[in-house]
Write a protein that binds this ligand. Structure first.
Ligand SMILES: *Cc1c(COP(=O)(O)O)cnc(C)c1O
Length: 361
């Protein structure tokens, strides 16, 4: 064996599987596999993106002050304790890099987002998977799994791919029950889809051991541009800023994100449309004999009778040009995750699932 070898843990990382976007031989494809906003970003964000062409020869600011100020105003958080990154993925990476190394444990839940495990392994730490209860994060199971080596605990609330959520009291109980050296990370990628929910910002302010991550990739429709942010205790943010590259975000990313977050009317419109179409789609699927948990996000985890049925429905949908997400890799082989698209896409997927189920009865 060659003496040139990567750090321990790296070869255990399975490459992230992105949502598929093409079907061979089908042209009119609707992509419902990556929880993207079907309406795209706001016009104001697009204008800011176009304007940024004039400053491409300049290095961007390293402190992200204007974007942090905008986030502070719109989300009611202290800009001094906000850190911006290349997607919330980068904030997750910083947390693992700064707080978890060889011999340390990073907890994630059974159906949790795969980036937690990937980032933990990349940092040389040991990922620890904790069971959920009926596809819902189980606070008691997490607390029982904590040891003196636990450094980070990741939960998404609402969660992906389940779409379920736990209440504020449960989250606070989790924060309060952790060992003193551990940080609770609340991944709020889907927080904006829950009306009136702060994503855990108030808990960040009330505790010393809670960090929240947020993204521009979902409600704001900017997944292609890669912008996210984190909110935490000053001490933690100061640590993360030391591992952050000074020019991690481009001028284009900064200006576009600032315009996007300030366009609260557009965000509200997208949230309302998602809520309306999500209810319609989950009901249409249930009527076709495909149940789902109540989703708090912009997708529905459709449950089938078996893995075979889920896979043949996926094949059927694909043949109709509809791409959804298989989630066997998340321990949910009977399920397909379907993003709530625009109205035409919702009708198209509901119709196709109805046809699929009709054929089989
Ligand atoms: C989509 C998603 C993110 C967002 O990642 P970005 O790097 O910000 O695009 C984070 N967490 C979860 C659970 C997600 O589903």
């Amino acid at each position: 064996m060659s003496q040139i070898q990567p750090q321990p843990g790296i070869m255990e990382i399975k490459l992230y599987q992105g949502g598929q976007s093409h079907v061979e031989g089908v042209s009119d494809v609707v992509k419902l596999s990556s929880n993207e906003n079907p309406f795209g970003p706001s016009d104001k964000a697009k204008e800011a993106f176009a304007r940024s062409v004039h400053s491409l020869h300049r290095y961007p600011p390293t402190d992200h002050a204007a974007l942090r100020a905008a986030i502070g105003e719109v989300h009611g958080v202290d800009p001094a304790r906000v850190i911006c990154g290349v997607g919330s993925d980068e904030i997750i990476t910083f947390l693992c890099q700064a707080y978890a190394g060889t011999g340390d444990e990073v907890i994630h839940t059974e159906h949790g987002f795969s980036m937690y495990r990937i980032s933990a392994l990349a940092a040389g730490a040991t990922p620890v998977e904790v069971p959920e209860r009926e596809r819902v994060v189980d606070v008691d199971a997490i607390l029982a799994a904590c040891t003196e080596r636990t450094r980070l605990v990741f939960i998404a609330n609402p969660a992906n791919p389940t779409g379920t959520m736990i209440g504020g009291n449960e989250v606070a109980r989790l924060a309060d029950g952790l060992p003193p050296q551990a940080i609770l990370v609340l991944d709020g990628a889907y927080a904006e889809f829950v009306e009136g929910y702060d994503g855990g910002a108030a808990l960040v302010e009330a505790r010393e051991n809670v960090v929240m991550t947020r993204t521009f990739s979902k409600l704001y429709g900017l997944g292609g541009l890669r912008i996210g942010w984190g909110y935490g205790p000053q001490q933690v943010i100061d640590v993360l800023n030391r591992v952050r590259g000074p020019f991690n975000l481009s001028q284009t990313q900064l200006e576009t994100a600032e315009a996007a977050v300030r366009d609260t009317a557009y965000a509200e419109k997208c949230r309302a449309e998602n809520t309306r179409l999500r209810a319609w789609l989950s009901e249409a699927l249930a009527e076709a004999g495909v149940p789902s948990d109540v989703s708090c996000a912009n997708f529905i985890l459709a449950r089938f009778a078996s893995q075979a049925e889920a896979e043949s429905c996926d094949d059927w949908l694909k043949s109709k040009g509809i791409i959804v997400r298989r989630v066997a890799g998340y321990g949910l082989p009977n399920c397909l995750r379907i993003t709530v698209g625009d109205e035409a896409s919702c009708r198209r997927v509901a119709h196709a699932v109805r046809e699929f189920k009709g054929q089989r009865t």
